[in-house]
Design a protein around this ligand. Structure first.
Ligand code: BG6
Length: 483
């Protein structure tokens, strides 16, 4: 349930995340009528500016199309309940000053609630001091919640340290750790697809499925954020969180109920059945200049000899009765040929069949862009002879749900946090197992126990390293002529 009288405080209000995601999502929710009654939004950052300047910036984050008067009117309304406070991230005085502002706003409320949702759109270096400062100086009498987002450390130990420090101030129940992939429509759909369809449930195991790929592709490089990226690399940026989250929902057993704890219990259980990734199951790449685009190392903020991977493919195994022996290939690449995130489940060959050399069935869930689900089947070629023809049963959202606006991940997640629903947020123990799977391979990549491996080069704008096709074929993937 939504609590009236809530203040949403966005810390890091002039940063990239706030600009690109948080404010547009808050506005989207407001426009659709999903923000609580009497909501108030407070931006907080170090930059000193008056309210007029803040409102000007806020408007620019919301990108209202010209001549769209209705939206422009909504923006004006949105600004009327947004204010700004500037202050530091380290000192108690700043937080006391923020609290004074929050108290003043709450003084105007008629209701009895005093609810605060703190959104930390901040770099991890200040998570702990801000968490502490807010808890000690800005804690309200009603419900308090805090939203944080990755990176949650760099390996098992550093993650535990970070979580431990935050836990001194905020309980698990008050903490909402975002993995924004959990807010994406098609990721949320996995639960329904899997557990509301007998047709899919029955073949969802090693007996029917040959291999699974979860793929992330982005057609641009790390230009502009090379400094951050070089410290983390593609595995921490995408695989350890976004793709592993998708994998866990795809493979977990049926939760006892739809509740957050039951769902997350099952996710943790399946993740615990995944042993740490092996070097021989891993392919690393780094993009080089091509087609007039710069290589990864051409970025001034990247060390000239960096071996940081911008592409990784790695195969995970799940040691439980349902999935033993099925390879799950996670792959992610920056600066490749297209933007695409999808799950591809490839079924086994038809055995002992009367049909020879026919395409395998595949179920593809396209997460983005152009959300869709399609199932590759063989059907009889229409006509006076019998021949199997591979076709696609295609559920493209744009066609089937043409009038429905698909919500943004951040809209969905902020609404969940306002309601106190943890289902689509990452629990502490879930993070811990996720890091255990990836920590050894990450330490190897960083050369902690021997020379660091060299990623193979691939041209900017290509499909990825040329070693990729043999890599996925090694795990049984068979390309059908449908590509
Ligand atoms: C972020 C990564 O978590 O996800 C970025 O840090 C990446 O490198 C982004 O570009 C992708 O998100 P989306 O929603 O555009 O797929």
């Amino acid at each position: 349930e939504l609590k009236d009288d809530t203040i949403i405080i966005v810390l890091g209000a002039s940063g990239d995340l706030a600009k690109k995601k948080t404010f547009p999502a808050l506005f989207g929710l407001y426009r659709m009528g999903f923000l609580p009654k009497d909501v108030h939004i407070v931006g907080y950052a170090r930059t000193k500016m008056d309210e007029a300047e803040f409102h000007k910036r806020e408007t620019s984050y919301l990108k209202v199309p010209d001549n769209d008067e209705e939206t422009a009117k909504k923006v004006e309304e949105f600004k009327s309940f947004s204010t700004y406070v500037s202050g530091g991230y380290e000192d108690a005085e700043s937080f006391k000053n923020l609290n004074k502002h929050l108290d003043e706003i709450e003084g105007k409320y008629q209701g009895s609630g005093r609810n605060r949702l703190f959104y930390l759109a901040l770099p991890p270096s200040v998570f702990i001091t801000v968490g502490k400062g807010l808890r000690e100086n800005c804690y309200a009498t009603g419900i308090n919640r805090i939203i944080v987002e990755k990176p949650f450390g760099k390996d098992t130990d550093s993650c535990r340290e970070l979580l431990g420090s935050l836990k001194q101030h905020w309980t698990e129940d008050e903490t909402f750790r975002i993995d924004h992939y959990l807010g994406k429509e098609m990721v949320k759909n996995i639960l329904v697809l899997r557990f509301a369809n007998v047709a899919l449930t029955s073949g969802w195991d090693k007996n029917s499925i040959s291999n699974v790929q979860i793929t992330f592709k982005e057609p641009f490089g790390t230009e502009g954020r090379g400094g951050y990226f070089d410290e983390f690399g593609i595995i921490r940026d995408i695989l350890q969180n976004h793709l592993l989250q998708v994998l866990s929902i795809l493979t977990m057993e049926r939760p006892v109920s739809f509740s957050a704890e039951d769902i997350r219990d099952e996710k943790v259980k399946v993740l615990r059945a995944i042993p740490p990734i092996q070097r021989e199951d891993t392919l690393l790449g780094q993009y080089v200049a091509a087609n007039g685009k710069p290589g990864y190392l051409d970025d001034d903020t990247v060390p000239h000899n960096s071996v940081c991977p911008t592409f990784a493919a790695t195969t995970l195994w799940i040691n439980n009765p349902r999935w033993e022996g099925v390879p799950f290939i996670l792959k992610a690449g920056k600066a490749v040929n297209e933007a695409k995130v999808e799950i591809r489940i490839q079924y086994k060959d038809v055995t002992q069949g009367i049909f020879k050399d026919i395409a395998r069935n595949e179920l593809v869930i396209r997460i983005q862009p152009t959300e869709s689900i399609y199932l590759k089947l063989n059907t009889k070629t229409p006509g006076l002879y019998t021949r199997a023809l591979p076709i696609e049963m295609d559920l493209t959202y744009k066609r089937r749900f043409a009038d429905t606006k698909i919500p943004e991940a951040y809209e969905s997640l902020i609404l969940d946090a306002l309601k106190g629903d943890h289902s689509n947020f990452v629990r502490d123990d879930e993070l811990d197992v996720a890091w255990k799977i990836f920590t050894p391979i990450l330490h190897w990549i960083e050369g902690r126990n021997g020379p660091a491996p060299r990623p193979v080069p691939y041209p900017y704008g290509s499909r990825g390293p040329k070693e990729l096709d043999p890599f996925i074929q090694k795990y049984g993937f068979r390309r059908s002529d449908q590509g």
